[in-house]
Design a protein around this ligand. Structure first.
Ligand code: FES
Ligand SMILES: [Fe+2]
Length: 328
């Protein structure tokens, strides 16, 4: 599993002075924002009788266990035990795990792994997250992490898997196989290619009827992909973030951002983009889940055939496996 990395949790504005729970790499975690704005992430466990802290509640800058009222501060130290007399010493072992967290580019991030390493590893910086309007949706489903990550920048699946959502909007690959101008970077994979404009009449009126739509793909190791589609001054940016939830499940967050698309009507733009992008991950889920079942069954006898057009996926896989080895 990919530890010692920063993971996206939710847009900053969604985290309030209230408990939010997430499971990441098998660890159950609670998040809340203190009244002074600082965010806190703690393991979802009270060390008194081992129950979930998420069954309790937040009191200002502390989380209160719902069972016997023990209170924990942002560092995970128990700071109040209601059954003790004032002045009684709190056992020093009454402490639970806390996680490094960050508000960065308008999102809440958590560092999973060795906490000491968090200060010299940065979250992926995608400045558009801080500047452009966006809409997002998150899904948890059964899938293999590598296969899911690989699917994010797979150029040929769009015309089929996404035939009912973004196919017309994004255009169609005309050359077979296309030239993807792939580059393997230190922290990911990058490519650029053209898709034929197959938008509907209405889409062409607004987005232009150029013959080709330039598409930029980028994978930021280990967990974010970026698909950038440009129609002259209008830009659509689709980010996908993957995270291992437990041994069998992954979570995929699909974040759609845009620039100069109905800028005078932000609410309409959001509605329009949300409708376009809502289906995208749903369309991928059945394929990725079925892939996991077959991978499990055939494990050592995998029958997989690739062709030239799989260049992007194969380069991605090679890069990913090399990176995994390096970090092991
Ligand atoms: S189990 Fe949490 S206070 Fe007792
Ligand atoms: Fe997809």
């Amino acid at each position: 599993m990919l530890k010692n990395k920063w993971y996206l949790i939710c847009p900053s504005e969604e985290l309030k002075n209230d408990i939010l729970t997430r499971k990441i790499m098998g660890e159950d975690i609670i998040f809340f924002r203190k009244p002074d704005g600082e965010i806190t992430a703690l393991e979802d466990r009270c060390c008194h009788r081992n129950v979930n802290l998420s069954l309790g509640y937040i009191d200002k800058d502390r989380v209160v266990c719902g069972y016997h009222g023990w209170e924990y501060d942002k560092s995970g130290s128990c700071v109040k035990i209601p059954s003790q007399l004032p002045g009684d010493k709190i056992p020093p072992t009454a402490k639970i795990k806390s996680y490094p967290v960050k508000d960065f580019n308008k999102w809440v991030w958590i560092f999973i792994g060795d906490s000491e390493k968090s200060s010299h590893i940065n979250p992926t910086n995608i400045p558009e997250m801080n500047e452009w309007p966006f809409t997002y949706k998150a899904y948890t489903f059964k899938a293999d992490l590598e296969a899911t990550a690989e699917s994010l920048i797979d150029p040929y699946h769009i015309a089929f898997v996404h035939r009912n959502s973004i196919k017309s909007f994004m255009g169609q690959i005309k050359e077979s196989p296309a030239d993807f101008n792939l580059k393997i970077l230190d922290d990911g994979v990058e490519g650029f290619y053209r898709r034929a404009n197959v938008g509907t009449k209405a889409e062409k009126v607004y987005f232009g009827n150029e013959e080709n739509i330039g598409t930029r793909i980028r994978f930021y190791y280990p967990n974010i992909s970026r698909l950038e589609i440009r129609f002259k001054e209008r830009i659509l940016l689709i980010l996908e973030h993957v995270m291992q939830v437990d041994d069998e499940h992954v979570e995929m967050k699909q974040i759609t951002l845009w620039k100069n698309i109905f800028p005078k009507f932000p609410a309409f733009a959001k509605f329009f983009m949300a409708r376009k992008s809502a289906k995208i991950v749903e369309e991928d889920i059945d394929f990725l889940s079925s892939n996991l079942e077959i991978l499990k069954k055939r494990k050592d006898d995998l029958h997989e055939v690739s062709v030239k057009g799989d260049e992007v996926s194969l380069s991605f896989r090679k890069f990913w496996r090399k990176k995994l080895q390096e970090t092991e």
